[in-house]
Design a protein around this ligand. Sequence first.
Ligand code: NI
Length: 226
Amino acid sequence: MLLHIPDVLTPAQVRACLDALAKAAWADGRITAGFQSAQVKHNRQVPEDHPVARAQGQVILAALERTPLFVAGALPQRVFPPLFNRYEGGESFGTHVDNAIRQARTPPMRVRTDLSATLFLSPPDSYDGGELVIEDRYGAHAAKLPAGHMLLYPASSLHHVRPVTRGARIAAFFWIQSMLRSDEQRTLLFDLDTAIQQLGRDVPDHAAVVQLTGVYHNLLRLWAEV
Ligand code: NI
């Protein structure tokens, strides 16, 4: 499932984040790449332990906790501390798949990457190219979202970032270990949750709302690893 999550950060938070990142040190993006992806990765990143990455990462983690669509779609168990990347002057990231396991340094934790997330920070009209393209069984899907919006997608999918031919594309990226390893199960529960929410709004007193809520939680109980 690909999920567009709007307004994870407010415009003021996006501005503050971009201002802080402007003062950060940028390193070769291959510092966090695996063997295959290092050969196709051309961008820059703020090193994981840089204070700006740590502070802005905390802002994003706090924002995610206040974003019901993220919680419903990801059913997060652990979130890797957000990293920040920058593409400009024709830089791109060729087709790759994300490493299955990531080791974070601060705090030390191992994350199985069930989901990948890209939180767009640069306004889309400030750069050309830079679309995130995700391939699934239905073809290739290109995303270039407004600043503060996030795309959540299966980390198991092949994906790439098209060359940035004007301006700079700055984004946060990170991975999520979900309570549900399977994208199929997560998608089923998300669809059920969405339908229950809608029923709860339209016919709040209907007995089926309680029964379906029970089905949701019983499926979660059956499938979740916590
Ligand atoms: Ni990737």
